[in-house]
Design a protein around this ligand. Structure first.
Ligand code: NDP
Ligand code: 2IT
Length: 457
C-alpha cells in the first residue's frame, strides 16, 4: 500500500492494468475496488519474481467470488405491513476451508460492501492459521427502532432462504454490524427447525446452545493484543497510552475493556450520532453501563453524557480530533479520512490499529505509513473474532466445550502468531514494520498455494 511497495515501473504497470480489469468487471463497486487495490499493491511486488502465480492467474481468480446468492426477504412489521428487504451471501473463496464470515444488517448494505468484506475475509481467515475460507453476507435491513418480534420475523425469513446455501462443512456465517447474540439465536433456532439438525452452522451462538467462551469478547480483545504487540515490537508499551476508539458496539466495547486490563486509557467512544470523551479515561463502570445501554435498551451514546458528569458528548462528529497516543477505529469502513489522519499525526498519535474492517481510507493509510505511525490493518488486527469462531467450529464438531482460560490463552497466542507472520513478511530495512504488506503476503501465500494445488478451478 505504501508507495514504496509499488517500486518498479513494471510492477506499477501490471498493477494499473490489473485494476483497470477489476473496475471494468465490477462497475460501481468502489469499496470492492479499494480492498482489491490494497491487497494487489502489496502482492504484485512480492510475486514479481514468482511467475507461477502470474501463469496461473491467481490474483485474477482471487478477485472473483466463487458464488454470490442474492434473495428476497419478505417479513411483516408489527402494524401488519408487508416489508421487503434484500439478502445476500457472497461465498468468496473456499481454497483452505468452508466459507466463513459474518452477516451484516445495515441500511447501507450492498454488493460492493459485501464483496469487499468477503474478499478481505479470505486473507484474514488464512492469517488465523485455521482451515476457513472467506465469505460475507447480510441484508439492507435496519434493526434500529424495530421490536424484538420484528427482528425475529426478519431473521426467520432471512434464514428460510439462506439455510439451503449454508452448512457446517459448506459455509458458516456469524455476526457483524447489526447482528449480535440476539440475531444469531433467532437464525440458529430457525435453521434447526427447518433442517432438524443441531450442528455448528453459525458461530457467535449463546453459551447454552454451542457457543464458545470468549467469542463475544474476541475481536475487541484480540485487537488490543495486536496493538500491544506492535508497540512492544517497536520498543514502546501500551501502559498509560490514551486511546481514541470509535463505535460502541461489540468490537469497540471489548477493545475498551481490554485496554483497561492492560493499564491503558480508552478516552473516546462513538455511534452514528456523535462521540463521547473523558479526558481522565473511561472506567469499567462506564463500559458496563454503555454495554447495557446498547445491548438491552438499544439507546444512543449521547445518553452516557447525561448519566456521568465526567463524560462529554459532541454531536455528529468523530473522535479523531481529540488528542491521544493511539487510535482504534471500531465502527465502519472509511470512517478515517486523509484529513482525520493528518490531524491525528499532528496531535502525536503513534499507533493505529484497525478494529473495524477497512475503517481508514487508502490515502489515510498512506499518510500514517509515510509519517512513521505504526499501522495495523484490519485483516490482522481484528482476526481474533473469526479466530475464536474457528475454535467454536472445532468445539461443535467434537461436541465439546473448552474452558475460558484455555480460550483466553489460545486467543492471545493466535494474535501473537499473526503479529509474527506480519513481521516475517513486512520487515523493511528502514522504518517500522510494514504490517499492511506483511498481513497481505502472509494471508495470500497459503490461499494461493492451495489454489495452485487444485488446478484451474
Ligand atoms: P455493532 O453493530 O456491534 O456496532 C457497530 C458500531 O459502529 C455502533 O456503535 C454503530 O453506531 C457504529 N456504526 C456502524 N455503522 C456506522 C456508520 N455508518 N457511521 C457511524 N457509525 C457507525 O458492530 P461490530 O462492533 O460487530 O462491528 C464493528 C466493525 O468491526 C465493523 O467494521 C465490522 O465489520 C468489524 N468486525 C466485527 C467483528 C465481530 O466479531 N463483531 C469481527 C471483525 C470485524 P450506530 O449504532 O449508531 O449505527
Ligand atoms: O469481519 C469479521 O471477521 C467478522 N465479522 C467475524 C466473522 C466470523 O465468522 O466470526
Amino acid at each position: 500500500m505504501s508507495k514504496n511497495n509499488v517500486n518498479s515501473a513494471k510492477t506499477r504497470e501490471y498493477l494499473s492494468r490489473y485494476m483497470e480489469g477489476v473496475k471494468k468487471r465490477n462497475p460501481g463497486e468502489p469499496e470492492f475496488h479499494q480492498a482489491v487495490y490494497e491487497v494487489a499493491s502489496t502482492i504484485f511486488p512480492y510475486i514479481k519474481d514468482k511467475p507461477i502465480y502470474h501463469e496461473n492467474q491467481i490474483l485474477e481468480r482471487m478477485a472473483e467470488p466463487e458464488r454470490v446468492v442474492y434473495f428476497r426477504v419478505p417479513w411483516t412489521d408489527d402494524s401488519g405491513n408487508i416489508r421487503t428487504n434484500r439478502g445476500f451471501r457472497v461465498q468468496f473463496n473456499s481454497a483452505i476451508g468452508p466459507y466463513k464470515g459474518g452477516l451484516r444488517f445495515h441500511p447501507t448494505v450492498n454488493l460492493s460492501i459485501l464483496k469487499f468484506l468477503g474478499y478481505e475475509q479470505t486473507f484474514k481467515n488464512s492469517l488465523t492459521g485455521l482451515p476457513m475460507g472467506g465469505g460475507k453476507g447480510g441484508a439492507n435491513f435496519n434493526p434500529r427502532g424495530k421490536s424484538n418480534n420484528e427482528v425475529m420475523r426478519f431473521c426467520q425469513s432471512f434464514i428460510t432462504e439462506l439455510y439451503r446455501h449454508i452448512g457446517e462443512d459448506t459455509d458458516v456465517p456469524a455476526g457483524d454490524i447489526g447482528v449480535g447474540g440476539r440475531e444469531i439465536g433467532y437464525m440458529f433456532g430457525q435453521y434447526k427447525r427447518i433442517t432438524n439438525k443441531f450442528v455448528g452452522v453459525l458461530t457467535g451462538k449463546g453459551l447454552e446452545f454451542g457457543g464458545s467462551q470468549l467469542r463475544t469478547e474476541a475481536t475487541g480483545y484480540g485487537a488490543i493484543f495486536f496493538l500491544r504487540n506492535m508497540l512492544q515490537a517497536h520498543d514502546n508499551a501500551i501502559e498509560g497510552k490514551r486511546v481514541l476508539i470509535s463505535g460502541s458496539g461489540n468490537v469497540a466495547m471489548h477493545a475498551a475493556e481490554k485496554l483497561l486490563h492492560l493499564g491503558a486509557k480508552p478516552i473516546t467512544l462513538s455511534d452514528s450520532g456523535g462521540f463521547i470523551h473523558s479526558s481522565s479515561g473511561l472506567r469499567q463502570e462506564h463500559i458496563d453501563w454503555i454495554k447495557a445501554l446498547k445491548a438491552e435498551r438499544r439507546g444512543r451514546i449521547a445518553e452516557a453524557a447525561d448519566e456521568f458528569p465526567e463524560i462529554s458528548f459532541q454531536e455528529k462528529s468523530r473522535p479523531w480530533s481529540v488528542e491521544g497516543d493511539c487510535a482504534v477505529p471500531c465502527a465502519t469502513q472509511n470512517e478515517v479520512s486523509i484529513e482525520d489522519a493528518r490531524t491525528m499525526i499532528a496531535n502525536g498519535v503513534k499507533a493505529v490499529a484497525e478494529g473495524a474492517n477497512m475503517p481508514c481510507d487508502q490515502s489515510a493509510v498512506e499518510a500514517f505509513q509515510e509519517a512513521g505511525v505504526l499501522f495495523g490493518p484490519a485483516k490482522a488486527v481484528n482476526a481474533g473474532g473469526v479466530g475464536v469462531s474457528g475454535l467454536e467450529m472445532s468445539q461443535n464438531s467434537g461436541r465439546i466445550s473448552w474452558e475460558p482460560d484455555l480460550l483466553r490463552e489460545m486467543l492471545e497466542n493466535m494474535m501473537g502468531d499473526i503479529h509474527d507472520s506480519c513481521v516475517q513478511y513486512g520487515t523493511r530495512t528502514q522504518g517500522p514494520v510494514d504490517y499492511v504488506s506483511g498481513a497481505n503476503i502472509a494471508g495470500f501465500v497459503k490461499v494461493a498455494d492451495a489454489m495452485l494445488s487444485y488446478g484451474h478451478v
